[in-house]
Design a binder for this molecule. Sequence first.
Ligand SMILES: Nc1ncnc2c1ncn2[C@@H]1O[C@H](COP(=O)(O)OP(=O)(O)O)[C@@H](O)[C@H]1O
Ligand SMILES: [Mg+2]
Length: 234
Amino acid sequence: MATDTRGLIAPPAVRVRDLHRSFSESGGVLNGLDLDIAPGEFVALIGRSGTGKSTLLRALAGLDRDVAGYGEIEVPESVSVVFQDSRLLPWRRILDNVVLGVRGPDAAARGQQALSEVGLPGRERSWPFQLSGGEQQRVSLARSLVREPQLLLADEPFGALDALTRIRMHALLRKLCEAHKPAVLLVTHDVDEAVALSDRVIVLDAGVVRADVQVAGRSPVELRSFLLEELEIR
Ligand SMILES: Nc1ncnc2c1ncn2[C@@H]1O[C@H](COP(=O)(O)OP(=O)(O)O)[C@@H](O)[C@H]1O
Ligand SMILES: [Mg+2]
């Protein structure tokens, strides 16, 4: 359990209990899943394809209406989601994409500030098609940031990027998380990404948490091989 600066026990940012989700009679995708994420904690979620990672993320994001009643889900008020594709609206300029739906007289200034933070100052009036895939993902991070989320959900956000761009995005994401301190749940199929970025790694298997390990204090090499074994990749 996390403690705050006064040593008091802080309530978790995310609390999931006994979550079940199935899409057919043939069996469950999530089978009684429990998960806590502390405020400001960075958790990576790994698991083989089809194990329910996106299903869990969509449930936490409030994108799965049918999940109601199949367990308990508590998330903070302000939640942002980043997907593998940036999902920018092609007919809106970059700044408009960043501040879409953001209210207040300072929305544009906040959008500009977020674009600077992700390394895209001066691109406010560009169109999405004028940006590379990596730059579009930076915009999508800026769009999340500007909302100051208490919880950032990311579903394989760097999966479509080349290796070098991905490494740059890792550094950027770490920097942004240190500055803004949201709780993070990052879905990835990349064990190295999980170990490099997170405080804790969770392995999902058959719709439950199969392993839950703290990264601090462990050798990255040893942790990597443990996780690969949990994923049954030998
Ligand atoms: N809306 C849906 N309708 C039917 N089946 C779905 C739906 N969403 C996910 N599934 C199924 O649930 C399983 C888990 O999917 P998903 O959560 O996307 O896996 P992962 O992200 O771990 O690869 C898969 O078998 C997938 O086909
Ligand atoms: Mg998925």
